[in-house]
Design a protein around this ligand. Structure first.
Ligand SMILES: [Zn+2]
Length: 285
């Protein structure tokens, strides 16, 4: 982080970029990233503004006496200028913001079990149905005044598959990697990235045993390939709470956690949200 020498200590908070604010993720206005747009002053405008991007409601967060729109940008977002529709009281306005280009690397994966690449008609029907179900979960919206955007990493381990990789399974192009892979041995406790309500617990064809947690205001996290799931839909979970054990259920080449972060229906880079790591003893460092 670069700080201007003229910044006095008393002004330190005003000089730091968004990424250093505890309550906001790191802004990266690229496909698969997050755009953060400063809206009204929260002292003079106590009423929370509302905003929409691509017709989806957008998360609004108060930070340092200011309202911010925190916008998830789908990997399919074309680079260039985009519009945020903002509503305050009965007044609406458009805010233009720019999405920069980002080139993600390729990842070639060989799966011995070709039945998870070339699907049988039965599996195809199952997978298509599940994709529709997951799409619905991704667009869940529950109003919440206490959404905590300072995430803990759900597990500690080498990151084998970064977000955004253009994937090829057994040579066949497939959808890009819309999450972060953390390599952990089977049976490792997996922790909730932030406080929220369990939205869905299910065994999916590709994702295996999966937990969705709703953190409010369109922010949802998804934990896949679990061996054991210790929560059920409707449960409240605290930040850092163990929710189950890792595994390799579904389409996985080895034991790991696939972790996705969804914001206003868009899968975004989870690394932008991680502010604290879970220690080996389970403590939040
Ligand atoms: Zn993955």
């Amino acid at each position: 982080m670069h700080l201007n020498k003229s910044c006095l200590i008393t002004l330190w908070l005003a000089c730091v970029p968004f990424s250093a604010h505890a309550a906001l993720p790191e802004a990266q206005s690229v496909p698969g990233g997050i755009a953060i747009i400063q809206l009204e002053n929260a002292i003079t405008h106590k009423q929370k503004p509302q905003a929409w991007f691509d017709k989806q409601p957008v998360l609004i967060q108060k930070e340092l006496k200011q309202w911010y729109a925190v916008i998830g940008l789908p990997l399919s977002t074309p680079p260039g200028w985009h519009k945020l529709n903002v509503k305050l009281g009965n007044k609406t306005r458009m805010v233009d913001f720019r999405v920069r280009k980002k080139k993600y690397p390729e990842q070639h994966i060989t799966l011995k079990d070709n039945s998870k690449v070339e699907l049988s008609p039965e599996n195809e029907t199952r997978a298509v149905g599940e994709i529709a179900q997951i799409k619905q979960l991704k667009h869940q919206w529950s109003e919440d005044d206490n959404t905590d955007l300072g995430f803990v990493a759900p597990a500690e381990g080498p990151r084998s598959g970064n977000f955004g990789l253009k994937r090829f399974f057994n040579g066949k192009p497939r959808s890009p990697h819309a999450g972060l892979d953390i390599v952990v041995p089977r049976g490792t406790p997996i922790h909730a990235a932030s406080a929220g309500t369990v939205l869905n617990v299910h065994d999916y064809f590709f994702n295996g045993n999966t937990i969705f947690i709703d953190h409010g205001n369109g922010l949802i996290t998804m934990y896949c390939h679990m061996d054991q799931m210790d929560v059920k839909a409707g449960d409240h979970v605290e930040k850092g709470q163990a929710i189950g054990l890792s595994g390799m259920t579904g389409r996985a080449t080895g034991p790991h956690l696939h972790w996705s972060v969804i914001l206003n229906g868009a899968m975004v880079n989870p690394a932008l949200f991680i502010q604290k790591e879970i220690g080996k003893n389970g403590a939040i460092n």
